[in-house]
Design a binder for this molecule. Structure first.
Ligand code: AHR
Length: 505
């Protein structure tokens, strides 16, 4: 039996809430028919935004949400999405086979209202490919400037007196492919040009400069991702360093070995997907080292204007399972989510939490109706996938501290993570075995009291939720584990995710 010993109940590293972030895009039915139904819809809504989705989303305390893409950001013109809705232009969306008209009803103000309702900070990705530094600068000004200018007066006329205070701005998306097919050298030049066009929004304590996030590599391409990061930083270091808050790596867990639906799989296909998601941990370590080495090699500051940044945050702006069937799906990139996706979602969040600091922010791709979703909408129904439950169970780690432990008789199929917040201890136990239940022992030097256990599992790992069976896979309260002196004996069902809560006495 695997034995876990907690010697000290003292937290180590702060777990940034932003590691549990989200991503939404004008793609498939993510926004139209997903988040946005319109004010006249029979589906209950808050000013056009689905009520059931907002109510469930805000329960997760989502820290940040990235928008409008993705690839779509590079063809999105923000001015199309402001002003009276009936006057907005209709454009066409070809993004990943969406092939729908885009009515531009969900624009900057609607996005900000959505963020306010669910309690998330926005991350806007600007249009680098078909846009310009001027267009980006005006969007930033429209959103964030305090002073009265023609643009900020327009914002007020459109219903928002106070600046939106959008903190994060992505400068380009996947620029090595859909975002412009650039080389690292080309991108470094473009990045410099765009970021030097950003307004600074004041100085001193009042300043609110945009936190600019550069487009990082495709995490699934080992050689290219190393070359990209090295060359990007090398090129950046040749001239005066621009502002660079973060570096956005994308990591999809591709399941493309053979055409298969996301719903039907055998034991081997289960493990292919489980093992694929674990690769992200090495990618994070590798990219962190490359970024740090890149910054270290930059010319040392000479004079007041040459200070090179000493830190650049690693961000995973898109992550999730991408099953081969998604390519042929209608709406585009629509996927069901089974227990297999819930387990990889849990493992991925564990990777972020364990490496908090090395990675600063991460957004699941995508939250609604696309790929690794938490929400699937079907007419009047808003289905919470098993991934929703994982985010719900794991929100206790936001703002907590990592908690160290020792493992004996390690079972490679059981993955463990623990955190502590004040007196509360949370232990995640993910049993990745397809068919075997597991027994584990948790031992404490100073034994806490058991508070509650939550477990997400389903008799069949292929189970999922849909309109007919919206709660087939749902997290349940578990029984108190058997206690013997200072240890607890826990039984984990096969293919399950559990969070055990204890409190220091
Ligand atoms: O999330 C779907 C797409 O995947 C995004 O638009 C793009 O950035 C990535 O390739």
């Amino acid at each position: 039996m695997q034995k876990i010993t907690f010697r000290k109940l003292i937290g180590e590293n702060y777990i940034y809430p932003e590691l549990q972030g989200h991503f939404i895009e004008f793609l498939g039915s993510c926004i139209y028919d997903g988040i946005w139904v319109g004010e006249d819809s029979e589906i209950p809504n808050y000013h056009g935004i689905r009520k059931d989705l907002v109510d469930a989303f805000q329960k997760l305390h989502p820290p940040v949400i990235r928008w409008p893409g993705g690839c779509y950001a590079d063809v999105y013109h923000w001015r199309n999405g402001i002003g009276p809705r009936e006057n907005r232009p209709v454009t066409y969306n070809e993004n990943f086979g969406t092939f729908e008209t885009d009515p531009n009803q969900f624009g900057t103000h609607e996005m900000m209202e959505f963020c306010e309702m669910i309690g998330a900070k926005p991350w806007f990705n600007i249009n680098m490919m078909t846009g310009s530094p001027a267009e980006m600068r005006e969007w930033m000004e429209y959103c964030n400037r305090q002073e009265s200018t023609t643009l900020t007066r327009e914002r007020k006329v459109n219903g928002h007196e106070a600046p939106f205070q959008v903190e994060y701005w992505g400068i380009g998306n996947e620029v090595w492919d859909g975002g412009g097919k650039m080389t690292p050298q080309m991108y470094a030049n473009e990045y410099r040009k765009f970021t030097s066009s950003c307004p600074s929004f004041g100085s001193g304590d009042q300043a609110f400069p945009p936190k600019c996030i550069a487009s990082g590599p495709d995490g699934n391409k080992p050689k290219e991702r190393v070359v990209w990061t090295k060359d990007f930083f090398k090129e950046m270091g040749k001239y005066r360093m621009p502002s660079l808050y973060g570096y956005d790596l994308h990591f999809y867990n591709w399941n493309l070995k053979q055409l298969q639906t996301e719903k039907k799989f055998d034991e081997k296909q289960w493990y292919d997907v489980i093992n694929g998601c674990k690769e992200l941990e090495n990618v994070i370590h590798e990219q962190r080292c490359l970024i740090d080495a890149g910054l270290e090699a930059l010319p040392k500051p000479e004079g007041p204007f040459r200070a090179a940044p000493r830190k650049c945050e690693l961000i995973v702006g898109e992550w999730g399972n991408w099953h081969s069937s998604a390519f042929n799906a209608r709406p585009a990139l629509y996927q069901q989510c089974t227990m297999r996706d819930a387990v990889t979602t849990a493992l991925t969040l564990d990777i972020f939490h364990r490496n908090t600091g090395d990675v600063r922010m991460a957004c699941v791709a995508q939250s609604v109706n696309v790929l690794n979703s938490l929400f699937l909408t079907d007419g009047e129904h808003c289905i919470l996938t098993p991934n929703y439950d994982v985010f719900d169970m794991y929100q206790v780690h936001q703002g907590a501290y990592t908690l160290g432990f020792e493992e004996k008789n390690k079972d490679p199929e059981v993955c463990i993570f623990a955190s502590i917040k004040n007196d509360d201890i949370y232990v995640n136990l993910v049993n990745t075995s397809y068919s075997e239940s597991k027994k584990i022992e948790l031992k404490f030097k100073q034994c806490p009291e058991f508070v509650e256990a939550k477990t997400l599992y389903s008799k069949d790992p292929q189970n999922y939720n849909d309109a007919k069976h919206p709660n087939r896979v749902r997290c349940k309260e578990g029984k108190a584990p058997a206690r013997e002196k200072d240890s607890f004996q826990i039984a984990l069902p096969a293919a399950s995710v559990s969070v055990y809560h204890f409190r220091k006495t």
